[in-house]
Write a protein that binds this ligand. Structure first.
Ligand SMILES: Nc1nc2c(c(=O)[nH]1)N[C@@H](CN(C=O)c1ccc(C(=O)N[C@@H](CCC(=O)O)C(=O)O)cc1)CN2
Ligand code: GAR
Length: 211
C-alpha cells in the first residue's frame, strides 16, 4: 500500500484502548472516531488528538438498524480501510456488519471463543478459570464469533476481583490492539485466505509476542 492505512474507530466508553492506539504512533492515518454516546471519553481522546469525531444517539432513530445504517454510513463516508471497535458496546445489525467483513476488528476482553458477549471478567471468575485474556477478532454477524487474529493472556490470581482482572487485562489490551493494527498496516493479515491489505497469510491466532 503506497499510502498510510486509513483507520476509523468506534468506542462507547472512556477510550483507553483508543488512547493506546494513538500512543503507539502507528504508520496509519486516523480518519474518524465515532460513538453512540455523545459524552464518551473516547471522543475527547480523539478531539485531543485532532481527529474528527461523530456521535449519534440510538434514541434519535426508530430502530437499531436505522441507527446502525446512519452511524456506519457516516464512518463509510470517511473512507477508512480499517474500522476498529475499541470498546464499542452495541451489537451491530447483520445487514450493516456485512458491508465491513474483513475490514473491521474488535477487541474483546476474553479468550474467545470463551465468554462471547458481556460480563467476561465475572464469568471467568465464576468458572474459576486459571487464566483470562483478551482477543482481537474480525467482526462478523455472529457476536464476538469472527476469526480471532491474536490474543493476550494473564493468570487469574486467588484474590482477583472483576475490577482487578479488568485493570490487569487492560494493560495487555493496550499492547495487543496496537500490535494487531500495526500488523495490518504492515500487510501481514488475511481474511478467509485472501490477503488483507496485500498481507502474507496469518492463519491462526497468535500471541502478542509473535506479532
Ligand atoms: N455484529 C456484531 N456486533 C458487535 C460485535 C461483533 O462481533 N459482531 N462485537 C461487539 C463488541 N462486544 C464485545 O466485544 C459487545 C458489545 C456489546 C454487547 C451487548 O450486549 N450490547 C447490548 C447493550 C449493552 C449495553 O448497552 O451495555 C446491545 O447492543 O443490546 C455485547 C458484546 C460490538 N458489536
Ligand atoms: N464487548 C466489548 C467490550 O467489553 N470491550 C471492552 O471494553 C473496554 C473498553 O475500555 P476503553 O473504553 O478504556 O478502551 C475494554 O476492556 C474492551 O476490551
Amino acid at each position: 500500500m503506497d499510502r498510510p492505512l486509513r483507520v476509523a474507530a468506534l468506542a462507547s466508553g472512556r477510550g483507553s484502548n483508543l488512547a493506546a492506539l494513538f500512543a503507539a504512533h502507528l504508520p496509519v492515518e486516523y480518519v474518524l472516531v465515532g460513538s453512540d454516546k455523545a459524552k464518551a471519553g473516547a471522543l475527547q481522546v480523539a478531539r485531543d488528538a485532532g481527529i474528527p469525531t461523530v456521535a449519534m444517539s440510538p434514541k434519535d432513530f426508530p430502530d437499531r438498524v436505522a441507527f446502525d445504517r446512519a452511524l456506519f454510513g457516516t464512518v463509510a463516508a470517511a473512507k477508512p480501510d480499517l474500522l476498529v471497535l475499541a470498546g464499542y458496546m452495541r451489537i451491530i445489525d447483520a445487514s450493516v456488519v456485512a458491508d465491513w467483513e474483513g475490514r473491521a476488528i474488535n477487541i474483546h476482553p476474553s479468550l474467545l471463543p470463551k465468554y462471547q458477549g458481556l460480563h467476561t471478567h465475572r464469568r471467568c471468575l465464576e468458572a474459576c478459570d486459571s487464566e483470562h485474556g483478551a482477543s482481537v477478532h474480525f467482526v462478523t454477524a455472529e457476536l464476538d464469533g469472527g476469526p480471532v487474529v491474536a490474543q493476550a493472556r494473564i493468570a487469574v490470581g486467588p484474590s482477583d476481583t472483576e475490577a482487578t482482572l479488568a485493570e490487569r487485562l487492560l494493560v495487555e489490551e493496550h499492547k495487543l490492539l496496537p500490535a494487531v493494527v500495526r500488523a495490518i498496516a504492515d500487510g501481514r493479515l488475511t481474511w478467509r485466505g485472501e490477503p488483507l491489505f496485500q498481507g502474507a497469510p496469518l492463519s491462526a491466532p497468535v500471541d502478542l509476542n509473535q506479532l
